[in-house]
Design a protein around this ligand. Sequence first.
Ligand code: AMP
Ligand code: MG
Length: 354
Amino acid sequence: MNTKVITCMEEDDKACLAEAGRILKAGGLVAFPTETVYGLGGDAFNPESSRKIYAAKGRPSDNPLIVHISKWEDIYRLVSGAPEHAARLETARRLADVFWPGPLTMILPKAEEVPDETTGGLRTVAVRLPSHKTALALIEAAGGYVAAPSANTSGRPSPTVAKYVLEDMNGRIDMIVDGGEVGIGLESTIVDLTVNPVEILRPGYVTEEMLQGLLGTVETDRTVFEGNSTQAPKAPGMKYRHYAPKGELTIVSGEETRIVPYVNAQLKLAKAAGKRTGIIAAEETLASYTADARKSLGSRTDGLGAAKRLYRILRELDDEGVEVIYAEAFESTGLGAALMNRLLKAAGHHVVEV
Ligand code: AMP
Ligand code: MG
């Protein structure tokens, strides 16, 4: 298959999306920018499109897709209208009033009509209304319902620029819409509204603190930060090793005065063993390390900047052939919870306390 790449920026006239809309309606696949990461879209009501998404990503078929809509009213075709679920839809409405359009995905009981292929066989459906103008226009052009996981090969870091979509998907999908670099850089927060109290299955830009501000009690799935939990993660996708660079990544946490000498000693050992080395650190401490590749996540005070840089850095380390990577731990509050969750998964939960 020949993968066509077109450029369509947020400010552009959306005529550039006419062909992409036709491809989606005909059951094809189109990758597109959202405010979180690039998505790999197919028609959510076409089971064949969903099957193609799994095949293109090499994704296990029990890992459900998120259905993207462009306006609130469209949620009613996705979610069960049974009276016993009315309260859940009411909670969804309250969340939508504050956080949609935006980087929040809600899990709700699914309507019969939503294909099992799209929901990985689950009785629930994940729904999101993104804020990215190109994403919204594409969803409309496609008929309103676009199932889209992140546009990476399963297990690789999610793409934050079109170049990395092409790297993973060239020849596997019909089209890539290049809309430049995404704004947030980490996937959406996933919140399960089918349980009481509601539960965060994946941390993201919309934080636990923000959701608590609106709903009161909100829990976070404990597998989000624990690598050795006996419990399976509730978002099926979270159980797979994910976001992984090719090199061996270790996170180091503790006092800064101890981290720098510890990491430098480890990097020196790896270098002596003939390995290419890398470090991921805050701007404030980056210059203290000696490594073949040094990557700054930005200032410790700029969580949003760090979120945006993480996946690009993981891919750059791959491109540079780095084999042994150390990363400084970050604070797990606010947006830092999402950053640390992805870093922990990238490292296979390999953390050293110094
Ligand atoms: P991605 O868009 O690639 O980040 O993948 C979508 C994520 O949403 C995966 O982690 C899925 O397991 C999760 N997800 C999608 N639908 C559901 C659902 N119905 N229940 C729980 N998690 C879901
Ligand atoms: Mg993904």
